[in-house]
Design a protein around this ligand. Structure first.
Ligand code: ADP
Ligand code: UDP
Length: 241
């Protein structure tokens, strides 16, 4: 496998083509951003930490029957993934009320939800990722009804796998965001989980102290951001350098 030209530089990762049109290199940088790119910083060791955590979680999800784009780790900061045509929506599941949901409905952060709540957001920094429903997605042509149902089912299935995985390490999976797409080599094939699962895209609280172990440490200037990401990694059994 040969790494070729840069295709896309996002806020935290860079995606490169390879000599295989069906595969991409995903490079995890140290860049950290919040509030749709308004707050930006470099956090030492973030790239390698998230690359490792993501590889571990994608492996666990794959083993549990959730098809993902992850192929293999290439080096400290890079993973080989299947090239996807991404659906421009973010799929969020919440076990505990926090973040934008707490703000939107005036509910205290930390309120336990009797069942997981699923939400779709339209992926657009310029529009601040607005909350959307199935009709917006289907009628505006971002995904068809089958993919919408599948994204919901897969995102909730991920909760069944990861909630106990984190709980076994004394960590509460508060909420998380997933992105899906179809392999460009198989556009009518199954949906694959893309992008990443790392503390950048979820909320993780210590089960006994409620200490935040995720990107809210960066958003809210709590310090020790990567130290806590690495603590999560160690607690769930991710091998770090
Ligand atoms: P953002 O685009 O939100 O700034 P990142 O810096 O994380 O985010 O950039 C990664 C980009 O790559 C995202 O837009 C994501 O949707 C996209 N992506 C993730 N996985 C794949 C994949 N397998 N194939 C194509 N694009 C992908
Ligand atoms: N999230 C994300 N990227 C986004 C928006 C949200 O990874 O563009 C994650 C976020 O880290 C949290 C979950 O999705 O784990 C729910 O986020 P929320 O809607 O509460 O928004 P936030 O307050 O994080 O902006």
């Amino acid at each position: 496998m040969e790494k070729r030209r840069e295709l896309y530089r996002g806020k935290a990762k860079t995606v490169y083509a390879t000599d295989d049109p069906g595969l991409l290199v995903m490079h995890f940088r140290d860049d950290t951003s919040a509030f749709d790119g308004i707050k930006v910083s470099q956090l030492e060791q973030k790239g390698e930490t998230n690359n490792r955590i993501n590889a571990y979680i994608m492996g666990k999800l794959g083993a549990a029957g959730v098809a993902t784009h992850f192929v293999r780790l290439l080096n400290e900061r890079e993973s080989l993934v299947v090239s996807l045509k991404m659906i421009p929506v973010e799929c969020v599941v919440r076990n505990v009320c926090a973040g934008s949901m707490a703000k939107r409905y005036g509910i205290a952060e930390g309120t336990r939800l009797p069942e997981p709540i699923f939400e779709f957001f339209y992926k657009s920094d310029a529009l601040h990722d607005p909350l959307v429903n199935d009709d917006h997605i289907r009628i505006l042509g971002w995904a068809n009804a089958r993919d919408i149902a599948e994204m919901k089912a897969l995102t909730l299935r991920v909760n069944q796998v990861l909630k106990p995985l984190f709980a076994d390490a004394g960590i509460e999976l508060v909420d998380y965001k997933l992105e899906f797409g179809h392999a460009i080599s198989d556009p009518t094939g199954p949906l694959l989980l893309g992008d990443e699962f790392t503390p950048d895209g979820c909320r993780l609280w210590d089960l006994s102290t409620e200490e935040k172990l995720d990107k809210d440490r960066f958003r809210r200037d709590l310090g020790s951001v990567i130290e806590k990401y690495r603590e999560v990694a160690t607690r769930i059994g991710v091998p770090l350098q």
